[in-house]
Write a protein that binds this ligand. Structure first.
Ligand code: HEC
Length: 210
């Protein structure tokens, strides 16, 4: 009975004498034909924007590492906390201004609530964890995608940040009491502790308006 009704609908001719099912298929084929070159273009665009993002991440990372090393050497870890606190957002702001993109760092276990991931970033960070669990090299984890937000296209890029030995001073399992005390003072809701070498500490995140 149900099948009959289905067949009736498919074979029903509309008032212009066209089979609606056939029309639908034709539209689908035309749409596909139009979409194919556009999709190839998207791939090129993603590749180009990924290249640009990698460069900016490299510069950002270099500046952060430089500032951190300088501060650790000259003033020790407690003093270096202040540098991370002041310089990291400053450098991120400079990079954003220079590029016209949003350039930042984020993490599932963040220290500064300003660095909390949005919904998309959360998904990518979880995907990074899953890829790491499957044996991928953390240093090579990255994700690029064109997303649409409120009808507006954006290119988004993330690159994982591995935890190195030097990071453990402020993000490790056992912190020096003076370090812990200073961190408690600035970040009462700090989640960015308990990391081990090789863990994904977080990620660089870039949003390019299109
Ligand atoms: C001297 C202490 C110190 C060391 C060493 C340190 N960090 Fe941090 N880290 C901080 C502080 C403080 C913040 C919060 C910065 C802010 O307020 O934006 C932070 C924030 C971050 C963030 C941003 C996400 C979040 O948790 O808010 C990432 C990612 C990060 N650190 C990665 C690293 C990595 C990777 C290393 C090692 C290469 C490292 N850190 C070493 C103190 C440190």
């Amino acid at each position: 009975m149900a099948k009959d009704r289905h067949d009736n609908r498919d074979n029903h001719m509309n008032h212009k004498g066209k089979n609606p099912m056939k029309t639908k298929i034709t539209i689908a084929i035309v749409t596909l034909a139009l979409a194919a070159p556009a999709m190839a273009g998207n791939d090129d665009e993603i590749a180009r924007r990924t290249q640009e993002s990698r460069k900016v991440v490299k510069t950002f990372m270099g500046k952060l590492k430089g500032e951190l090393q300088k501060a650790m050497k000259s003033g020790g870890p407690v003093k270096a906390i202040e540098v991370c606190r002041n310089k990291a957002p400053l450098i991120a702001g400079e990079m954003s201004q220079q590029t016209g993109w949003r350039v930042a760092r984020t993490s599932l276990k963040y220290r500064n609530p300003n660095n909390a991931p949005d919904a998309w970033e959360q998904l990518v960070l979880k995907e990074f964890e899953a890829r790491k669990a499957k044996g991928e090299d953390v240093r090579k984890l990255e994700h690029a995608e064109i997303v649409t937000v409120d009808g507006q296209k954006q290119f988004r890029y993330m690159k994982a940040i591995p935890t190195g030995k030097v990071c453990l001073t402020c993000h490790g399992e056992k912190l020096d009491p003076a370090v812990a005390q200073t961190l408690n003072q600035f970040y009462p809701h700090d989640k960015a502790r308990g990391f081990r070498v090789g863990d994904i500490r977080g990620a660089f995140t870039i949003t390019q308006p299109m």
